[in-house]
Design a protein around this ligand. Structure first.
Ligand code: ARG
Length: 597
C-alpha cells in the first residue's frame, strides 16, 4: 500500500523519465501552500538549470505528460516552475477508505526486517537517576515501539549499571553501619566454614536493608570517597573483591541489586516504560577473562602504565579520542570493558543487525571508542552500533534539572509531582468530575505521563529543553494533555453515535475540511518512516499534534451527529479512523488516552 505522496512521486518520476530526465527529479512533497495545492514537485528547476533551459517550459511539458492521470484534479505551474498538484476527490476518497479499513491505519512496514536491540534507561544501583536517564527512557521506549511497529524484531534492554566502583562504596558503607552484618559477611567470605544458621542469619539481616538505606548511604559514601583516600582505596578493593565474587560481598550485592531493580522497574512502569531484558553490567563479567585473552592473542591490547588498552584513534580524526581502557592498573574491568563485553554477549545471544544506544550526548566519545574497539575486535560490523545521543532537560537556570532542594531528581518524585499537577489541571478544567476515584487517579496518571513524555518527544532529541511543568501539563497548546483531550473528545462523539444506533459508512468528500483531514491521515506513513530512519520520534509527535488540530477544524466545519445519511456515515468513519491513527501514534510515543475525562 502506498501513500499519495509516493504514488504521485512515481507518476512524476515517469513523466520526467519520458523527457529523458532522471526520475529523482519527480520527488513530491506536501504543498507549502495548501490553499493552492495538495502536493508540489520542484524538479523542473534543477532540470532546467542543468540543461540551460527555461524551468517553466520543462514544468509545462511535465504537466502535459500527466494529462489524463485520474489521480489528479489539476496540475498547475506556479512561480519560476513549481508544479502544483491537486488530488482528485475520487482518488482521495479511495485512499481514505483504504486507510479506514487498514489495521495499520495507513502505515507501511519495512521490507527487510532486522533484529534490533535498544539499549536504554541505563539506571544504576545506588546512584540516583538523573534527567539523562529520564530522557533515555522516554526516547528509548518510543524508538522500541516505532521499530517494532515498522516490523523489526526488537528487544529493549535496561543495561543496569550494577558492577562498578559505586558497588564497593556501597558495600563499605553498609558494613560500617551494620557491625553484626559485617561479621556475617566476613564468615560467608570463607564459604568452607559457613553454617546453615549463618546463611539464614545473613539473609535476615540483609533483608532489613532497604532501598531508602541505600539512597541515604550512597551519597555520603560517594562524597567521602572523593575526600578520603583510604576510604576510596577500600571501596576500590571491595569492588575488586566483589568482581572476584567473594561470596559474602557477592550475596550482599545481590540483595542491593534486587531491591533496586524491583523499585526501579515499578517506577519505570508507572512512566509506561517496560524493558524486555534487564541485563546488568555484571551479567557479562564472566565473558571478560576470555575476551581479554582473545584481544591479547590478536595483539589488540597494549600495555600503558600498568593498564591494558586498545588504541582506536584514526588518522584524520577531528577530535582526539582516548584509547579504550580494558583492564585498569588495579586489575578491574571498567565501564568501557563491560560495554565491549556486552557487544560480544549480544552478538552471541541475540545476533543484532543493529544496536541503538539511547544515551546522553555527553557520552558520545565513550561510545565512539567502544564501537571502534568492537569493530576492530570483530564483535560488530561497522555501522551496526549507533549512539542515539540527546541533549539535557534543563531547569529554568539553564542547567540540568534539579529538584528545589538542589538534588538530582528521583523518578518516583518526578512522577508524583507531575501527577499532583495533573490532578490540579483536571480539576481546574472541570474534567473528570464524573469519574469514580480510581478512574480519576488513573486518568491523572495518564495525563501526567503524557505531559512528561510529549514535552520530551516533541523536541528533536539533540535539542535541550527547559522543564516547565505548568506548560507541559496544560490542556491547551502543543502538549500531551491536549492530545489526550482531543482523543477523548473523538471517543465521546463516537460513543454518542453508538448510543443513537448510527452506522459508519464509506468516506466521501463534501467539504475542504475533509480533504485536509484525509491528506493528514495519508501523511502518517511518511512521518513514521522518517521518525524511524532518523531515530527521531519528534516527527511522529508533530504528526499526532497536527492530526489532533486538523480533526478539531474538521469537527468545527463538518457536523457529524447532526448530519444525515451517507454524509454522516462517512464522517463517522473519518472520526473512527482519526481516532485509530491518533491512538496508534500516541502508543508509539508511549502514552495512552483514557476513555473519558
Ligand atoms: N549506567 C550508565 C549511566 O548511568 C548508562 C548506561 C548506558 N548504556 C551503556 N551501554 N553504556 O551513565
Amino acid at each position: 500500500m502506498t501513500d499519495l505522496k509516493h504514488r504521485l512521486g512515481d507518476a512524476l518520476a515517469a513523466a520526467f523519465v519520458a523527457l529523458d530526465l532522471p526520475p529523482e527529479l519527480g520527488r513530491v512533497t506536501p504543498s507549502d501552500r495548501p490553499d493552492l495545492a495538495d502536493f508540489q514537485c520542484n524538479g523542473a528547476l534543477p532540470a532546467a538549470k542543468k540543461a540551460g533551459r527555461n524551468p517553466r517550459d520543462i514544468a509545462t511539458q511535465i504537466a502535459e505528460g500527466l494529462a489524463g492521470n485520474p489521480d489528479l484534479a489539476s496540475v498547475e505551474i506556479a512561480g519560476p516552475g513549481f508544479i502544483n498538484l491537486r488530488i482528485s476527490d475520487a482518488r482521495l476518497a479511495q485512499r481514505a477508505n483504504e486507510i479506514a479499513t487498514d489495521p495499520r491505519v495507513g502505515a507501511d512496514q519495512v521490507e527487510a526486517p532486522r533484529r534490533v536491540l535498544i539499549d536504554y534507561g541505563g539506571p544504576n544501583v545506588a546512584k540516583p537517576m538523573h534527567v539523562g536517564h529520564l530522557r533515555s527512557s522516554i526516547l528509548g521506549e518510543s524508538l522500541k515501539r516505532i521499530f517494532r511497529f515498522r516490523g523489526d524484531e526488537v528487544v529493549g534492554d535496561a543495561h543496569f549499571g550494577d558492577w562498578g566502583y559505586q558497588m564497593g562504596l556501597l558495600i563499605g558503607a553498609v558494613l560500617d553501619e551494620n557491625p553484626g552484618l559485617s561479621g556475617l559477611v566476613e564468615r560467608l567470605n570463607s564459604p568452607e566454614t559457613e553454617t546453615v544458621t549463618e546463611g539464614e542469619a545473613f539473609k535476615a539481616q540483609a533483608d532489613t536493608i532497604t532501598l531508602a538505606d541505600l539512597d541515604r548511604l550512597y551519597p555520603a559514601a560517594a562524597a567521602r570517597g572523593k575526600e578520603d583516600a583510604d576510604y576510596r582505596d577500600r571501596a576500590r578493593r571491595l569492588t575488586v573483591e566483589l568482581q572476584a565474587k567473594r561470596p559474602g560481598y557477592y550475596r550482599l550485592w545481590q540483595h542491593f541489586a534486587r531491591v533496586t531493580q524491583v523499585a526501579l522497574a515499578r517506577d519505570f512502569h508507572a512512566l509506561g516504560v517496560d524493558f524486555d531484558l534487564w541485563r546488568g553490567e555484571s551479567d557479562v563479567d564472566g565473558l571478560i577473562p576470555d575476551m581479554v585473552h582473545d584481544l591479547d592473542q590478536r595483539a589488540l591490547l597494549m600495555d600503558d602504565q600498568g593498564a591494558r588498552i586498545i588504541r582506536v584513534a584514526r588518522q584524520g580524526d577531528k577530535r582526539e579520542l582516548p584509547p579504550l581502557l580494558v583492564v585498569s592498573s588495579a586489575g578491574s574491568a571498567m565501564y568501557g570493558t563491560t560495554d565491549l563485553a556486552t557487544v560480544l554477549d549480544r552478538k552471541q545471544t541475540f545476533g543484532p543487525d543493529l544496536v541503538l544506544y539511547a544515551v546522553d550526548q555527553r557520552q558520545a566519545d565513550h561510545f565512539e571508542v567502544v564501537f571502534r574497539a568492537a569493530v576492530l575486535a570483530g564483535y560488530a560490523v561497522e555501522g551496526s552500533l549507533e549512539h542515539i545521543g540527546f541533549g539535557t532537560m534543563n531547569g529554568t537556570d539553564g542547567k540540568p534539572f534539579k529538584t528545589r532542594e538542589g538534588g538530582v531528581l528521583k523518578l518516583n518524585d518526578l512522577i508524583e509531582m507531575t501527577r499532583t499537577k495533573a490532578r490540579e489541571r483536571l480539576t481546574e478544567a472541570g474534567l473528570g468530575s464524573e469519574l469514580a476515584p480510581e478512574a480519576f487517579e488513573q486518568t491523572a496518571s495518564q495525563v501526567a505521563v503524557a505531559a512528561l513524555k510529549f514535552a520530551d518527544l516533541s523536541n528533536y532529541r539533540g535539542t535541550s529543553y527547559v522543564f516547565d511543568l505548568d506548560r507541559f501539563s496544560s490542556f491547551e497548546g502543543k502538549t500531551g494533555p491536549y492530545l489526550l483531550y482531543q482523543a477523548v473528545r473523538v471517543k465521546s462523539v463516537l460513543r454518542r453515535a453508538t448510543d443513537q444506533g448510527l452506522q459508519a459508512g464509506p468516506i466521501q468528500l463534501t467539504d475542504p475540511a475533509e480533504r485536509e483531514l484525509i491528506l493528514l491521515l495519508d501523511a502518517f506513513d511518511s512521518a513514521l518512516s522518517e521518525a524511524y530512519d532518523k531515530r527521531a520520534p519528534n516527527l511522529l509527535a508533530e504528526h499526532a499534534y497536527k492530526l489532533a488540530q486538523t480533526f478539531s477544524r474538521f469537527y468545527a466545519a463538518c457536523p457529524i451527529l447532526p448530519a444525515e445519511g451517507a454524509v454522516r456515515a462517512s464522517r463517522l468513519t473519518l472520526a473512527q479512523t482519526t481516532l485509530k491513527q491518533l491512538e496508534l501514534a500516541l502508543d508509539l510515543l508511549g502514552m495512552h488516552a483514557p476513555d473519558r475525562m
